[in-house]
Write a protein that binds this ligand. Structure first.
Ligand code: SAM
Length: 249
């Protein structure tokens, strides 16, 4: 059962003390769906793009898979396609929830065998050994990797992508002009208030994420993807301070 995210009414972490621990894992599905605009639309785009590939099987790696929402949605949306899926995350707490969710989906599914296509493992994206992939998903995870390591990780991802395949990457983004950036932040806070978060919860979470989640501009991300070897970089979706890119080698 999805638990409502009231985490930041209960705790007041110090600046920069956000982590994907048991407390976050417990409420994560509610937290992410109420904190990331168009989150469901990004999830829905994955099977649409995957369905265009003629790879058999479709090999998917989800970097920062959290509770496995993207992967469960993907195999359920394309039940006639064959997948080999690896979800990786460096948080044991998040992976425990992920395994529980896959098991619960299997129990309630008319096609429980679909879930057998998903394997998850605890690993760090900075040291993960990439093997050939049709699709690499990296939704809202690169932003947690220190900026100086990002290009190296992206280069290794790029080298692993099979012909025709792609990286789908979503990030929180900033605006280069301070006044525009302030406007984007205000629009985002407005979104969070509409999702039922109080000003106290919003400001506590913002402080906790300081220097933990480090966003770049849209241009900064696009340069990084190109420098890492991606020849074709497109903005698939943009909502004020969130963007999803499709990158092809
Ligand atoms: C915001 S969540 C990702 C959400 C998920 N992709 C989705 O669409 O539902 C970020 C995830 O990345 C994981 N993470 C952060 N840094 C990581 C790293 N260096 N290696 C592996 N996982 C990492 C966190 O544990 C967390 O589960």
């Amino acid at each position: 059962m999805v638990q409502i995210d009231k985490l930041f009414t209960e705790i007041d972490p110090k600046e920069g003390e956000f982590s994907f621990d048991e407390n976050v894992a417990r409420v994560f599905d509610d937290m992410i769906s109420r904190s990331i605009p168009l989150y469901t639309d990004v999830q829905r785009s994955v099977p649409v793009l995957a369905g265009l590939l003629d790879h058999d099987p479709i090999r998917v790696v989800d970097l920062g898979c959290s509770t496995g929402t993207s992967l469960i949605h993907l195999v359920n949306a394309l039940p006639d396609r064959k997948f080999e899926i690896t979800g990786i995350d460096n948080s044991a707490a998040m992976l425990e929830k992920c395994r529980e969710k896959i098991a619960a989906t299997r129990r309630h599914s008319k096609q429980p065998e679909l879930m057998e296509q998903i394997k998850v493992e605890q690993a760090d994206v900075r040291s993960f050994e990439f093997s050939e992939a049709s699709i690499v998903l990296m939704n809202y995870t690169l932003q947690f990797v220190e900026v100086e390591s990002r290009k190296k990780v992206l280069r290794r991802i790029c080298d692993s992508i099979r012909p025709g395949g792609f990286l789908l990457v979503s990030e929180k983004v900033i605006h280069a002009q301070p006044e525009m950036d302030d406007a984007l932040v205000e629009m985002y806070f407005e979104f969070k208030r509409r999702q039922g978060y109080s000003d106290l919860e919003i400001s506590r979470k913002r402080d906790a994420l300081e220097n933990v989640l480090v966003p770049l501009t849209v241009d900064g991300n696009q340069c990084l993807f190109r420098e890492a070897g991606f020849g074709n970089v497109e903005v698939l979706l943009k909502w004020f301070n969130f963007a999803t890119f499709v990158c092809r080698p």
